[in-house]
Each structure stands twice: as structure tokens, then as C-alpha cells.
Write a protein that binds this ligand. Structure first.
Ligand SMILES: Nc1nc2c(ncn2[C@@H]2O[C@H](COP(=O)(O)OP(=O)(O)OP(=O)(O)O)[C@@H](O)[C@H]2O)c(=O)[nH]1
Ligand SMILES: Nc1nc2c(ncn2[C@@H]2O[C@H](COP(=O)(O)OP(=O)(O)OP(=O)(O)O)[C@@H](O)[C@H]2O)c(=O)[nH]1
Ligand SMILES: [Mg+2]
Ligand SMILES: [Mg+2]
Lengths: 283, 292
């Protein structure tokens, strides 16, 4: 038998509501609901058997197709290895206010260090109160050097300073921490664009907050529009975040989720696990 | 006014020729979509929808209102029930000691909002002091000091003391002896799964008994807002809310869930990163953003 239009509509609604409750943005949940309807509409189910399990599998597949691929961290390590004897591999970190950039940059430096790669961090947040001191204190915990100038200095200049220093000292990686910015502040979006233009990073990573709802769609779109994102890192997963933000961002700009932050200690960062996400999103 | 704004937001309803079952369903459907896009919780959206439907069917239309105006009035009532209809007023006492403790999830804007509120109060004639009770975040007190550096507002910080209760007790003592009446306490970011930190906040509230505990909420928060607010409220009863980052494209619907579980009202909003980017909460502006 096939599902009736009424049954399809009911299942799509249930699916949408589950996704929305798990923080998937409304426009993404609606699109996924439509995709589910299309997939289920064509299917034939055995008479007199409960189709629930089969339907759950289709729902899981809809999510699976949107979620980004895994293992990008390994790809990145290979690129760093390939480049290390020639010149520094530069990674630019950007994102909204309070999303976890500074903490994530130092977590990333620790990840690199554990893999045998030293790095230098550029204190390119020259605006926010206490930003330079916060970064220095965090970096001290893992013995990573920070290159900084004064508050009010040009973020791109600080970044180039760090790149020069890495070149002079044969340090393979430069990580650039930048100031938080909103997706509606044109001046700051332009500033971010200029930093990328001057520094020419190998990768641009967006660090966002997994607790955010519909705003992540506009954030991802606008940041990607201005500076072109390579990877996404979502922090605060330990705060009982349901992961919907990951699905929304992936659907809207299709960039891979590299890592997730799972706490405030510098070891609290993990690779993105697709299976775990699928399970959480369908609860 | 709030009612004019609702009328504009629901213009589709106003332009339809009658209110039959189909129009009512479309009206509710449109409201639901607007609220969900604004991050209002699914639970709250369903509750509001049920109330609108029930009252639309059961209630006798008040004299002088059309069926359409009645629907608008119901929506108005449902929203006002939660957020109130009057703009927030500055109601802190000036002449006696008043201790206000800021709490909230990591990165939501507590430190910045504490500085903003301190400066705002000083400009309105209050004698203000700020205590840094965040012993976790690197350079937390430096951040506060830098934010407040041109305001003349004193910052009391730990200097070697690990216990937040001890820090706050000493800070309150010192400020009181200096004639400072209004004391703001910035605390460390925490969330409901961090039991030790939630316990610390509970102990701090019980030991200090602040006059007000203000929950700082990021306007971008999604469906988890209610659960987090509830956990904070259980540990330290929330008296008011400071909604930050209203200058983003976020609509702040998560705050409604926080209001629903704490019965607290939004007192202030943060409209940017600078120390003067703070405003008293105005429900008209909030509902306008909520209904798109
Ligand atoms: N629980 C938890 N907290 C985190 C995580 N990542 C960062 N934080 C905390 O979130 C807060 C903000 O982190 P920051 O690293 O300062 O964020 P940021 O994006 O650099 O902030 P701005 O530079 O001000 O825009 C700090 O208290 C961090 O400890 C995480 O994965 N889990
Ligand atoms: N755009 C915007 N940014 C804000 C607002 N309020 C705070 N911020 C920014 O949000 C980021 C985090 O603010 P903090 O005050 O450090 O947040 P916090 O809650 O004290 O963070 P923790 O102490 O780590 O938990 C900073 O970059 C602030 O400048 C606001 O109203 N609008
Ligand atoms: Mg930072
Ligand atoms: Mg703080």
C-alpha cells in the first residue's frame, strides 16, 4: 500500500516539529519536511505490517543527506603536513559575539600540538575589552606563543606580524583569532573581508554557538557571502544543545562541520560524529 | 502602540473579507510561522495557538469589535500576558543598599551588560560599584576594568581568593564602607549541565541574598531557552531578564520561554558592544520583531 496524502502530511508535520524542537531553523525544517513527503510518496509498504521502522529510516536518510561529511580534520592535517616545510599554514577564525572563537582557537592549537605541529596565534581581536589578555592567558596553558599589538591596532597587521614570525621561526601553523561581529554590521563584515584579502589564509573557519536558533541561518549566509567559509565549528555542545544549528548551517551553505566544542577546558573539543548527530536530531 | 503594531503585523487577516473557519486557521498558521521563526518554543506556540482557537470559538465578541478585531485582541492578550504591556521603568532604590547579581550561560553577554548597567545607573544618579565574581574566565576582571575605565565606577576583584562567596562578601563590605549603595555582581558563565557551577550559583545566592538576580539571555537562543531558564530559576530565583544582542537579526523569541518559567520581566536590552548600548525594555519593539 501507499501512504495517503493525509498520512504524508501528518508525517511531514511530525518530522518538522521534531526538527524544530531540536533547533533546526524553520525554513530548513520545512524544506526537509517536503523532501520527506517526496521520498515517502513514492514508496510502497507491505500490507498489514507496521511501516514505522521503514518511515524512521527514511527520516534518518533525509538528515543523513544534508549533514556534512566527516573526517575533514584528517584532510586538514594532511594539508598542513604537505605545506609545513615551505611556508606557514594560516587559519582565520571568525564568528558572532561570544560564540567561542578565542577558546576554540586555543583548543585547536592544543590539538595541533598533540599532533606534533607547533603554532603561533595572532591576537587580531584588537577591539573587545580584555581580549588580548584573555587569549594570552589561555595560550599560556598550552605553551603556545601569541603575537599581539595594542588595542586599536589593525587586525590584518597583527595577523601579518604573526605570519612573519612563523616564517622566521619555521613554525608550521598560524591561527588568527578575530573579534566577534554580527551578521548585520556591514563595517565589521567588510573588515573581516579585508583581513582575508590581506592575509590570504589557507582556511577560514566559522565558530558558532550550538545553542542558537534561527539566527544561525542568516549568520552562516552572511559570513559566507563576505568571506567564504571553509569549515564550521560549533561550541557549547555540552550545554544540552540538540545540534539543529549544524543541520541548518549545512543545508544553507553546505560547508563541513569540522569539530564541536564540548566544554570550557582546552581538551574539550571533538571531531564531528554524523551518527551521533542523526540520533540526537531524531529524538 | 502595541495594538496598532499587531494590526500591521496581521494585515493579511485585516484584508480578508470575513472570519470563517478557513481564515481562522490561516491566521493561526501565519502567527505560528512568525513565532517559530522568531525562536519561540514549540510548546509555547502550541499553547498560544490553542488559546487563540478556543477563545475565538467560545468567547462572545466584545461590543464594538468586529470578529477580526476580536482575533487581534486575543493575540494581543496572549502576548501581553507574558511580556506585559508597559515599558520597563528604572525602579531600583537609590537611597538604600541594592545588590544585583548577573547570571547566565557562557558568552551571552553578562560582563558587557554588567558594565552597561553600571554606567547607565551612574548616569541616573546612582552610586555604583561592580564586583567581579568570575573566578574561571581568564582576564575576567581585566575585561570589566577595561569596559569601565573611563566611567569612574570602581571594580572589586578577587586577588587570590578562590571562593566566590568570600569575594562578594568582601566586595559588599568594602563598597558599603565607601558609601556605594548599588552593587552589581558579574558571575561566571554556566549552564544547566554543569552541576558544580549551578551549585556555586545557588550557594552564592543563599549566602549573599541579592535583592535581584538578573538572567542574561542572548536574543539568538533557540528552543533550549526554557529548559535553561528553568534550571537557573530553580537554583537562584530569577527576578528580571537582560536580553542581549538585540542588534542582530535574532528576534528573541527564546526570552518568552524564559519569562514563562520564571515569571520575570525583561528589564533591559543590549543593542551593541559599547557601554552605552543599553535600553529599557519596550514591549512594542519586542513584539514588532517577534511577529516580523
Ligand atoms: N560550556 C562551554 N563553554 C564554552 C565552549 N566554548 C567556549 N565556551 C565559553 O564561552 C565563553 C565565550 O568564549 P570566547 O572564547 O570568549 O568566545 P568568543 O567568540 O571569542 O567571544 P568574543 O571574542 O567576545 O566574540 C567563555 O566563557 C568560554 O569558556 C564550549 O564548548 N562549552
Ligand atoms: N552585538 C552585540 N554584542 C554584544 C552585546 N552584549 C555583549 N556583546 C558581545 O558578546 C560577547 C560576549 O560578551 P561577554 O560580556 O564577554 O559575555 P559573558 O556572558 O560575560 O561571557 P562569559 O563570562 O564567558 O560567560 C562580547 O564580544 C561582547 O562584546 C550586545 O548587546 N550586542
Ligand atoms: Mg574572542
Ligand atoms: Mg563574563
Amino acid at each position: 500500500t501507499q501512504l495517503s496524502e493525509k498520512e504524508l502530511e501528518k508525517l511531514a508535520e511530525e518530522f518538522k516539529l521534531t526538527l524544530i524542537t531540536n533547533d533546526v531553523a524553520l525554513e530548513v525544517a520545512e524544506k526537509l519536511g517536503d523532501i520527506l513527503k517526496e521520498k515517502l510518496a513514492g514508496m510502497k509498504f507491505k500490507r498489514f505490517t507496521d511501516p514505522t521502522q521503514q518511515i524512521r529510516e527514511v527520516m534518518s536518510n533525509v538528515i543523513e543527506e544534508i549533514l556534512p561529511e566527516e573526517n575533514n580534520l584528517e584532510k586538514m592535517f594532511m594539508e598542513i603536513e604537505e605545506k609545513k616545510s615551505r611556508e606557514p599554514y594560516v587559519v582565520l577564525f571568525v564568528g558572532p559575539n561570544g560564540g567561542g572563537k578565542t577558546t576554540t582557537v586555543v583548543k585547536f592549537a592544543k590539538l595541533l600540538k598533540d599532533r606534533g605541529y607547533s603554532s603561533i596565534i595572532a591576537a587580531s581581536d584588537t577591539f573587545r575589552a580584555g581580549a588580548i589578555e584573555q587569549l594570552k592567558k589561555l595560550a599560556e596553558q598550552v605553551n603556545v606563543r601569541v603575537v599581539s599589538q595594542k588595542y586599536g591596532a589593525d587586525p590584518a597587521a597583527v595577523a601579518m606580524d604573526a605570519v612573519m614570525s612563523a616564517k622566521a621561526n619555521m613554525i608550521p601553523v598560524v591561527l588568527i583569532d578575530t573579534a566577534g561581529r554580527t551578521e548585520v554590521d556591514i563595517n565589521l563584515l567588510e573588515e573581516m573581508k579585508k583581513i582575508k584579502k590581506v592575509v590570504k589564509p589557507d582556511k577560514v573557519i566559522f565558530v558558532g554557538d550550538a545553542l542558537m536558533g534561527n539566527v544561525v541561518v542568516e549568520q552562516a549566509r552572511r559570513f559566507n557571502e563576505y568571506v567564504g567559509l571553509d569549515y564550521i565549528i560549533l561550541s557549547k555542545f555540552d550545554a544540552d544543545a540538540r545540534g539543529g544549528a549544524a543541520l541548518s548551517i549545512s543545508y544553507v551553505i553546505g560547508k563541513p562541520l569540522l569539530l564541536v566544542g564540548v566544554g570550557q577546558r582546552l581538551e574539550d573539543i571533538k571531531p564531528f560524529n554524523k551518527k551521533l548527530f542523526r540520533e540526537i536530531l531524531l529524538k | 502602540s502595541l495594538s496598532e503594531l499587531l494590526r500591521k503585523a496581521v494585515s493579511k487577516l485585516m484584508s480578508s473579507t470575513s472570519v470563517d473557519e478557513k481564515t481562522l486557521n490561516e491566521f493561526i498558521r501565519d502567527i505560528q510561522r512568525s513565532l517559530l521563526i522568531s525562536d519561540v518554543s514549540v510548546e509555547l506556540v502550541q499553547k498560544i495557538s490553542e488559546n487563540i482557537r478556543k477563545r475565538a470559538v467560545q468567547e462572545k465578541i466584545p461590543t464594538g469589535l468586529s470578529k477580526k478585531e476580536h482575533l487581534l485582541k486575543i493575540l494581543y492578550d496572549e502576548l501581553v500576558k507574558l511580556i506585559g504591556e508597559e515599558p520597563a521603568r528604572l525602579d531600583l532604590p537609590k537611597d538604600r543598599r541594592y545588590v544585583l547579581m548577573m547570571v547566565g550561560i557562557q558568552g551571552f553577554g553578562k560582563t558587557t551588560s554588567t558594565a552597561k548597567l553600571a554606567y547607565y545607573l551612574k548616569k541616573h544618579g546612582y552610586k555604583v560599584g561592580v564586583i567581579c565574581a568570575d573566578t574561571y574566565r581568564p582576564a575576567a576582571s581585566i575585561q570589566l576594568e577595561q569596559l569601565l575605565k573611563d566611567t569612574g565606577i570602581p571594580v572589586f576583584k578577587a586577588d587570590g581568593i578562590e571562593d566566590v562567596v568570600e569575594i562578594v562578601k568582601r566586595g559588599v563590605e568594602k563598597f558599603t564602607s565607601e558609601g556605594i549603595k548599588t552593587i552589581l555582581i558579574d558571575t561566571a558563565g554556566r549552564h544547566k549541565s554543569q552541576e558544580t557551577l549551578m551549585e556555586e550559583m545557588k550557594k552564592l545566592q543563599e549566602a549573599i541574598k541579592p535583592d535581584e538576580v538578573m538572567l542574561v539571555i542572548d536574543a539568538g537562543i533557540g528552543q533550549q531557552a526554557g529548559a535553561h531558564a528553568e534550571a537557573f530559576h530553580k537554583a537562584a530565583p530569577i527576578g528580571s531578564i537582560f536580553l542581549t544582542k538585540v542588534d542582530t537579526s535574532a528576534k528573541g523569541g527564546g526570552a518568552l520561554s524564559a519569562i514563562a518559567v520564571t515569571r520575570a520581566r525583561i528589564k533591559f536590552i543590549g543593542t551593541g558592544e559599547k557601554i552605552d548600548e543599553i535600553e529599557l525594555f519596550d514591549p512594542v519593539g519586542y513584539v514588532g520583531r517577534l511577529l516580523g
